[in-house]
Design a protein around this ligand. Sequence first.
Ligand code: NAI
Length: 391
Amino acid sequence: MLNGEMKLARPLRWGMVGGGQTSQVGYKHRIGALRDNGAFELVCGAFDVDAERCTEFGTRIGVQAERCYGDFHRMLAEEAKRPDGVEVVSVATPNFTHYEITKACLEAGLHVICEKPLFFTVAECEEIEQLAASKNLIVGVTYGYSGHQMLMQMKAMIEQGKIGDVRMVDLQYTHGFNAADGDHLSEAQAWRVNPKTSGSTFVLGDLATHTFYMAHRILPNLHIEKLMCDRQSLVPAHAPLEDNAHVLFHYNNGAVGRLWTSSVDAGNMDAQRIRIVGSKASLQWSAAYPDDLHYQVQGEPNQHLHRGMPYLDEQALEYERMGALHTEGLGDSWANVYLSIALAIDAANRGAKDELEAVQYPDVKAGKEGVRWLENCVRSSESGSAWVAYQ
Ligand code: NAI
């Protein structure tokens, strides 16, 4: 259980690129990083494309004006001159900038925590993976809900044989916020549907990479062998990128899966759902009710497991904060992701290899696998939604 005790000898000096006043995701990063006493300390930022807005906003969230920078190149150059310069940088900017900013930070000797989808291509991910390894630097990826304790409970129960052999994996990440989009798109929406700024996908990268990684955290031994992807732009203004997609896939153990992702699922507020069906029982979790896990044994009454209860596995209790009955949610899950990345950075800095290997966090490989998933989905959809061997 976590109770605010310091896990690191001192906080990591942390900066942000992006995540400014108008950003959708910036506050989630700060909630996650600053939740646990002494893991991170926000010292600088190039928070915005607009330099004036960057300083105005940065000072209002407590950063010294001289450490609010008009662009990230200047931030890296100026911070390198300081004895108390930044050590780790979060990248919370539109997708097309992730690779360039991450590479520049690593070259400057800084750890990186980057948004998803990590980059545009697996080749870019491999290059960055090698660069980070050569400099003993960590690259974490903010799959925000992947730190939720009840996902760790699902993993533990499956490992303990509680559902039998895994047969089906049913994933969903859909919402309806773009169902009514006309031709006029907001700034954040416009870059998401432009291949130059979003990459080769919209909702598959924007939403489904989260669920894909969460399923992998629960089922680390299952690997996709082939898939087929059917995707379309149901709202013409989103073309050429998809606002809706269905993906079918086969795993190496004979299990089958399906994933539906959409931003035009009008009215749906139960966005993310993970159901794992085994030969004896099923487990189901929903992001809308994250503290609850449904355990359904064939022929028996359903069981409803609650977050924070002592009957849960220690993997699920390790990152508990509030205790049962007191709801947690997305902010706490982000804090778990950030804390695990802080522990990885600290272990890497101390050269503690065994400790580093023991930390479970979304790393550069997880980012790469998300991009690989996108490349395979695109290859299938561009072949008339044919089944393709997973590469
Ligand atoms: P947004 O368009 O709402 O905000 C982007 C922010 O980055 C703005 O503050 C903008 O001024 C700033 N920015 C853009 N280019 C910059 C540059 N070169 N230097 C400094 N600042 C720059 O975008 P949003 O929705 O916040 O998404 C950003 C990233 O986060 C995307 O990669 C997106 O996929 C990801 N995201 C992740 C979520 C998660 O749950 N992990 C949720 C929402 C977005």
